[in-house]
Design a protein around this ligand. Structure first.
Ligand code: CP
Length: 304
């Protein structure tokens, strides 16, 4: 039985197969419409979500399966003190596969160690968000035709943004990636990540101003400032509007640069950018459904 805790749980070759499957689902959705008949997905979300939970649920429904779950800890027996370990043993009696989001780093890993069914990490604290990374990689591969040879700008909250940490982990396995980390000093990418890049000999630079690196970028991945992970409101308010991507900044970028964002957006991308063909963050959401369908089929070992 396999779980997904980290994008690195799949080899590059396995990811290629997963993305091929996701692209086939995109082209031939009716072929997969009954693939999960009789199967249930449990979504156990101890933290708020719109995209991840609903796209998992849409994915299972598109495959002909059914969905159970809870969308906040307060409506589950976690509010009475039940442990994640006990909860997953119970859920294993009800469902065939579980997607879990939790504010504590490592909680889905604890669940996986006690589970009778595959567990998917749907985001754990500031740590990892592997299915967002699968979504990001599928979007890039589908729109650019490759996953290597890019200058990638990561902008915003690089300290607390788990989508950023997961994406860096995943991209280092592809050739000729150069990272540009764009953040205020308080929200720099953690040292363990820059240490890893140094050890692997992967080039990166750290800058504060978005404008100065826009012309170099092939991909710009923007994230919101993660209010829920700040220790005080004053710091959040000071940093929340540090970056706002607008038409004037987009004018500095390459014609074929892509702008990605895991969403939700707050103010960091002006709505005037939404109609720019390089802005692909809503396409990303659609790719998220295809890749979660492919992931469910793969972890349940269902071949169509
Ligand atoms: N991208 C993402 O994780 O969005 P949600 O928090 O809405 O699930």
């Amino acid at each position: 039985m396999r779980h997904l805790m980290n994008p690195l749980d799949f080899t590059v070759e396995e990811l290629d197969s997963l993305f091929d499957l996701a692209n086939d689902i995109e082209k031939n959705p009716s072929k997969y419409a009954h693939a999960c008949e009789g199967k249930k997905l449990a979504t156990c979300f101890y933290e708020p979500s719109t995209r991840t939970r609903l796209s998992f649920e849409a994915a299972m429904l598109n495959l002909g399966g059914q969905v159970i779950g809870f969308s906040d800890a307060g409506s589950s027996s976690a509010s009475k003190g039940e442990s994640v370990s006990d909860t997953i043993r119970v859920i294993s009696c009800f469902a065939d596969i579980c997607a879990m989001r939790h504010p504590k780093e490592g909680a889905p890993m604890v669940a996986a160690s006690r589970s009778g069914i595959p567990v998917i990490n749907a985001g754990d604290g500031g740590h990892q968000h592997p299915t967002q990374t699968l979504t990001d990689l599928l979007t890039i591969r589908s729109l650019k035709g490759r996953l290597g040879r890019f200058t990638v700008g990561l902008c915003g909250d690089l300290k607390f943004g788990r989508t950023v940490h997961s994406l860096i982990n995943a991209l280092v396995r592809y050739p000729d990636i150069h990272f540009i980390f764009i953040s205020p000093p308080e929200l720099k990418v953690p040292d363990y990540i820059t240490d890893m890049l140094k050890e692997m000999g992967i080039s990166y630079e750290e800058v504060i101003r978005l404008e100065e690196c826009m012309p170099k970028l092939d991909l710009l991945y923007i994230t919101r400032v993660q209010r829920e992970r700040f220790f005080n409101e004053e710091d959040y308010v000071r940093l929340k509007d540090f970056y706002i991507l607008n038409k004037a900044k987009m004018a500095l970028a390459k014609d074929d640069m892509l702008v990605l964002h895991p969403l939700p957006r707050v103010n960091e991308i002006s709505v005037e950018v939404d109609d720019d063909p390089r802005a692909v963050y809503f396409k990303q959401v659609q790719y998220g459904v295809y890749v979660r369908m492919a992931l469910i089929l793969t972890l349940l070992e269902i071949r169509v």
